[in-house]
Write a protein that binds this ligand. Structure first.
Ligand SMILES: NC(=O)c1ccc[n+]([C@@H]2O[C@H](COP(=O)([O-])OP(=O)(O)OC[C@H]3O[C@@H](n4cnc5c(N)ncnc54)[C@H](O)[C@@H]3O)[C@@H](O)[C@H]2O)c1
Length: 430
């Protein structure tokens, strides 16, 4: 087992002579409250204000933030009354763009919960603004701060997986997403309250499973493949929770990427690997395609949330807590310790050969090589953000460009499903 070496900013004691970052949190519902609780454990943070326009949630935020934080029901009012150094935006998706802009205009650094924006246009405009001003901005895709995923990226870079040909990811759940409304259906406030608390279920505020769940995992795909997809097809529907919601309760998408032929293929040919294609056909300069499948359902939690990255030399099974590497049959090139990044003892991987599939789905798994993660990636992403605020460093672990590419990926998936057609991704110039 290897303890993964994360690339996130560590809380180096030496950096702590600086005053803490004055942080305000807007949106103190589920996620905002979690973030407040994490922030209270980080020396680099001082929560100076919390804001929510729904009094029960504001009260919750105040309770977690402690008596020194001021509280506001109105966001613009908060920004005009005080100037926090950083704003954490944890409101419904439709609010992200406007709130980020206001905070940036007020000179604040911004940590914006995923997904960056409700529309592609918003994400594009916000990215242009941030890149122009050099503001410190981070999107809350916490796998970017997770040691399992950093280790996976290093293993891909070291060629341990060979040529990646497919990634399968899913987030399967068994719950309706629906939150209880504290008044009866006959109460005049019911319609407003229902939409406020269940904003995720309506297109006006949300983009459904793609922005709420798929964003995390398709960011893993984009990161490992170092590319955006070229096109996406998909189907989705409301086939179980027919309770008045608008967003799909089941989504299936296939993304197609086009990547240049990896350099190590030439080495493979020279090594005379027995099953390598003949030189005449193997090393065409043509780009090759990688297919990434994504599914989410809300009435069956089998398989949960994970990503399976499949390459010619091995397979990585990734979750936030653990990564498992299974070596593929025929991949006996010991070049895995390239650059000294992978310990040679990792030869334990040989026991994880995925020799051949049988009718027993577990037979091929063998004993895998494990990447273990003991850390809290949400807390770690906040630590990394705060350090960049202190350093005035716009190169955050999930910057605006990454946030934009992530938003584009999930939003075009929705478009493919809603319009029932294949959607091409824009090229650099478009
Ligand atoms: N990174 C993660 O793992 C993760 C997990 C859950 C949620 N999220 C994200 O966090 C965000 C919030 O999700 P949530 O589950 O906390 O939702 P939520 O409904 O529990 O909380 C949102 C809060 O924003 C408040 N709000 C809405 N409009 C406001 C306004 N104009 N001014 C002030 N407050 C306003 C609401 O009253 C509510 O309290 C979403 O973008 C979601 O995708 C991320």
């Amino acid at each position: 087992m290897l303890a993964a070496a994360g690339c996130i900013a560590r809380e180096a004691q030496s950096a702590e002579s600086r005053p803490p970052v004055r942080v305000a949190v807007v949106g103190t519902g589920g996620r905002g409250s979690d973030l407040i609780r994490k922030l209270t454990t980080i020396d680099r943070a001082q929560i100076v204000a919390v804001c929510d326009d729904y009094p029960p949630h504001l009260e919750q935020g105040r309770k977690y933030a402690g008596p020194e934080a001021r509280s506001f029901e109105n966001y613009s009012h908060m920004l005009s009354e005080m100037t926090p150094q950083a704003v954490v935006v944890a409101t419904p998706l439709v609010q992200h763009y406007g709130m980020c802009r206001e905070a940036l205009d007020a000179g604040c650094a911004v940590f914006c919960e995923k997904t960056m924006c409700h529309t592609v246009e918003e994400a594009k405009t916000l990215t242009a603004l941030i890149e122009k001003t050099g503001a410190v901005f981070q999107v809350g895709l916490q796998r970017r701060a997770n040691a399992v995923y950093s280790q996976a990226a290093a293993m891909v870079d070291a060629g341990m997986l060979g040529q990646i040909t497919a990634i399968k990811c899913q987030w399967h759940r068994n719950n309706p997403w629906r939150r209880p409304v504290p008044v009866g259906k006959d109460h005049p406030d019911w319609p407003d309250l229902e939409r406020r608390l269940n904003w995720r279920l309506y297109w006006e505020y949300s983009q459904g499973l793609m922005t709420e769940l798929a964003s995390h995992q398709l960011d893993v795909a984009n990161r490992l493949l170092k590319s955006l997809p070229r096109r996406v097809i998909g189907v989705g529907g409301i086939d179980y929770w027919r309770d008045g919601r608008e967003v799909f309760d089941i989504v299936f998408c296939i993304y197609e990427y086009e990547l240049p032929q990896p350099v190590f293929r030439e080495k493979e040919a020279k090594s005379g690997r027995s099953d390598a294609p003949s030189e005449a056909t193997a090393f065409s300069a043509e780009p090759y395609k990688v297919r990434v499948t994504y599914s989410s359902l809300q009435n069956n939690a089998f398989e949960g949330a994970s990503e399976l990255v499949m390459g010619t030399k091995g397979t990585l099974f990734l979750t936030q807590q653990k990564g498992l590497f299974y070596r593929e049959y025929g991949a006996d090139d010991p070049g895995w310790s390239r650059d000294g990044r992978i310990d040679r003892d990792a030869s334990i991987i040989t026991s994880g050969k995925t020799l051949k599939m049988s009718n027993d789905p577990w037979v091929h798994r063998g004993k895998p090589f494990e990447i273990d993660n003991q850390s809290d990636d949400t807390r770690d992403e906040l630590v990394a953000f705060l350090q960049n605020v202190q350093d005035q460093n716009p190169e955050t672990i999930c910057n605006a460009r990454t946030g934009y590419e992530n938003a584009l990926t999930v939003l075009l998936g929705n478009q493919a499903m809603r319009e029932g057609r294949s959607i091409e991704f824009p090229t650099e110039s478009s």
